[in-house]
Design a protein around this ligand. Structure first.
Ligand code: ZN
Ligand code: ZN
Length: 274
């Protein structure tokens, strides 16, 4: 079986909100022994142009990855993927693969878009303006939309419980409550009907937002019971995090009962021993 550290497919560059160029990310991956590198730039998302790729940058992204594919031919496979946001106007089927993600809540009252994973102030405004301070209702809204993204059958379902990113002190909702868990589990079961590969994403921990990974253990255990598969990703925004936390994530997957994960390669998914 393959090595789960031989493939890394959730990676950003400075063409969206990453810090490093595509070329630097490729070189660092090759040096780290990666055999399949997947780029997953943020898809153009008109509701908020802060961190996604503009149409011009999307063209640059495709061209530069095509060039890197040739440069690394025979040394490392490079995939041109996309992290597709629910509110994106980009067609994801053009890409080698795509990660389906929810980064915004569109307020059910005002229609306004709130970024959920960046400024605590934005999430607080969403909570107060749209959900009358009811954090559980806000979480339910988020998870329902994740299930809707899963229904579009992405290659990988991205950071399932990203809504917890800014909640490490529990100020928005209680992650340990039975109600919260049921809301998340219900969406996970619906998601499984359409998408079988969930990522274990170490990015929130690397960047210091969380002490844990996405998804929480109770969700990962349920995913195992359902018969789902997991892929370990770093959600890397710099060259240091391409494989960051992969060993801990493997141990975490084992804790949830998994004996193997899957890795994405140029030929599709392959099993990897944990
Ligand atoms: Zn994301
Ligand atoms: Zn990402």
């Amino acid at each position: 079986m393959a090595d789960y550290r031989s493939s890394s497919v959730h990676n950003h560059s400075n063409l969206c909100d990453g810090k490093s160029s595509l070329g630097d990310m490729a070189y660092a991956s090759w040096q780290a022994g990666v055999q399949t590198l997947g780029f997953s730039g943020h898809s153009h998302t008109p509701c908020d142009l802060e961190y996604c790729m503009s149409p011009g940058r999307t063209a640059q992204y495709k061209a530069e990855i095509a060039r890197l594919k040739k440069q690394y031919a025979g040394k490392m496979d490079i995939l041109c993927g996309l992290e597709w946001d629910e509110f994106s106007d980009t067609e994801p089927s053009w890409y080698d693969y795509w990660i389906g993600s929810v980064h915004y809540i569109q307020g059910p009252k005002t229609g306004k878009y709130y970024e959920i994973d960046w400024r605590p102030q934005d999430l607080l405004e969403c909570l107060q303006e749209e959900f009358e301070g009811n954090g559980l209702a806000m979480a339910k809204h988020y998870f329902d939309h994740v299930a809707q993204v899963a229904a579009k059958q992405p290659t990988i379902l991205g950071h399932f419980d990203l809504i917890k990113k800014l909640n490490c002190t529990g100020s928005f909702f209680d992650e340990e409550s039975a109600e919260y868990k049921e809301v998340a589990l219900d969406a996970l079961r619906r998601a499984f009907e359409d998408c079988k590969v969930l990522e274990i994403n170490t990015g929130g921990a690397y960047r210091g937002y969380r002490n844990d990974f996405y998804p929480a253990l109770f969700l990962l255990e349920e995913w195992k019971k359902l018969g789902g598969q997991v892929v370990i990703t770093g959600d890397a925004h710099d060259t240091k995090s391409i494989l960051w936390g992969f060993e801990e994530a493997a141990a975490y997957a084992k804790q949830a009962g998994f004996t193997h994960s899957v890795i994405l390669t140029a030929k599709g998914f392959e099993e990897a021993e944990l």
